[in-house]
Every structure is written in structure tokens, then in C-alpha cells.
Design a protein around this ligand. Structure first.
Ligand SMILES: [Zn+2]
Length: 266
């Protein structure tokens, strides 16, 4: 089973069918974890196990969504990586997307699925068609998760034609795409000056709802200029911008292999 499947199985076993019933501290307690809050230095959460019980220590962050993510992340370690102790540097999945630490990413996957199970999320997303940021924030409120964790979950659920990326300054930090979107579209590594994300970062101009944009502003492919995508973006932290692109033109899904982009150029 994948980390996500393990988490969703737990939700099913507990008979949870309403986002408001995902009491992550109670679920952790049920698994033998006592949650404590303490001003940790150098990390945001730790897990120390003794036999069949453990203590998860969480650094108060001021954001309930982030604290819940930290608890769920430690629960993931306890569920999958028992016998080890952890000092985790993240209370949101963004940092681990930028790096590649296997156990940390597994714990993040577990956390995002236990906090936002597919069975509860999918019907909500279907009702929105192409969710705006405001609607994503409504979903985040409903599940008591951070906007960032909720946004990332949208790509992984694979029901939307979505590509998303986070840029620090103009440099790409990480990106993810819904698995069914074509790999041939090669996302730019540097933020294009024509993008709304660039406007947000450089001038503070918001773009909180999907707006038409030339695909050329986002993809390196020569034929990108033939297409339009929908772009919206927000700033999850100072100096950062997160962009959500919807590939609404079905022809973008039908274009074949492109030998002229990315690593294939060499
Ligand atoms: Zn961890």
C-alpha cells in the first residue's frame, strides 16, 4: 500500500465521512501517540517512540492547519517508520517537494491523505469544476488544513487538468502536475515576465481567480504559443509565488512527443 492508501484505509476504518470529524489528535492518540506543544528550536516537530507508544512534540505555529499537518506527518512516521526517531523541519509539504527525502515525503503523503481523504475531497472538487483560490480556501477551511497543503492535494487527486509550481523570486523551487497531464509540456524554470505570477511577485498585483494566459508564458515548448491556459496565483510566503495552471484546451492533451524541450534537447 502507498502512504496515501494507508492513511485513507485508517479513515475508512474509523468510519469518518465528514471532514469535521477528522480529529487528528484523537486519531494520533488512538494510534498510541501523545501530542505535546513546545517551542522547539531547529525543527517544527519531533517523534520519539517507546514500545507501542510515542510522543509527538509540535512547535506552535499560530496556524491550526500547519499544526494539524505536523501531527499528521508524525502519525505517518509512526505508522510507517516505527523504531526510528524523527526531527522534522516542516509543517507544510512545500519544503519536501523542493527536496527529495524519501521518508519525509512518505510522511507528507500520509498526512495529506489522512487530513484530506480522496473520498471526501473528490465530490467537492467535482462540484467546483475549476476551483478558484477562494474556493480552494473554502476547502481548506472545511478540512482545517493550510491553503498550501490543500492546493497540493488538488494536483494529486488527478481529477483536474492542473499543473502547479512554486517560485522563489523568479526561480522555480518545485512543481507538480496531475498525473494524467501530458509530460511533454515543459514548465519554465524561470518566471516569465508576461505571467500574472510575475506581476504578483514584482508589483503585488493579485490574480486570485483563473484568468486566460498564453501557454507560451509558462511552457518552453515552441508550440506553446498556439494555446491558452488559465492561470491564478498567490503568495504562500514572503518572496514566493505559487501558481495554479489549468490546461483547459483538450488539444494540449493530444499533442505528441516534443524532442526540443527539457533534458531531451541534449
Ligand atoms: Zn518527518
Amino acid at each position: 500500500m502507498t502512504p496515501g492508501q494507508r492513511a485513507e484505509t485508517r479513515i475508512a476504518e474509523l468510519g469518518i465521512s465528514d471532514p469535521q470529524d477528522i480529529d487528528i489528535e484523537a486519531i494520533a492518540f488512538d494510534a498510541g501517540i501523545q501530542v505535546e506543544y513546545e517551542n522547539l528550536i531547529g525543527c517544527e516537530a519531533t517523534l520519539v517512540g517507546f514500545g507501542s507508544s510515542a510522543i509527538a512534540t509540535i512547535k506552535p505555529s499560530g496556524g491550526r492547519g500547519r499544526e494539524r499537518f505536523s501531527i499528521a506527518h508524525e502519525l505517518g512516521h509512526w505508522d510507517m517508520h516505527r523504531g526510528k526517531s524523527f526531527q522534522c523541519r516542516v509543517d507544510d509539504p512545500s519544503n519536501n517537494l523542493a527536496s527529495d527525502v524519501k521518508l519525509e515525503r512518505e510522511a507528507d503523503d500520509f498526512a495529506s491523505h489522512i487530513l484530506i481523504p480522496s473520498t471526501l475531497l473528490t465530490p467537492i472538487i467535482k462540484s467546483f469544476k475549476l476551483p478558484s483560490l477562494k474556493q480552494i480556501e473554502e476547502v481548506a477551511d472545511l478540512f482545517q488544513t493550510s491553503t498550501l497543503a490543500t492546493t497540493i492535494r488538488l494536483a494529486k487527486i488527478d481529477t483536474l487538468p492542473v499543473v502547479m509550481a512554486c517560485y522563489t523570486g523568479t526561480k522555480r523551487r518545485w512543481h507538480i502536475a496531475a498525473p494524467h497531464t501530458p509530460k511533454r509540456w515543459w514548465l519554465k524554470e524561470k518566471l516569465d515576465e508576461d505571467s500574472f505570477a510575475y506581476d504578483l511577485l514584482s508589483r503585488g498585483t493579485p490574480c486570485p481567480a483563473p484568468r486566460k494566459q498564453s501557454a507560451d508564458a509558462w511552457f518552453d515548448n515552441d508550440d506553446a504559443e498556439e494555446f491558452e491556459v488559465l492561470e491564478q496565483c498567490y503568495s504562500p510566503a514572503q518572496g514566493q509565488v505559487l501558481v495554479i495552471l489549468y490546461l483547459t484546451d483538450t488539444e494540449m492533451f493530444e499533442r505528441g512527443f516534443d524532442p526540443s524541450v527539457g533534458r531531451r534537447r541534449y
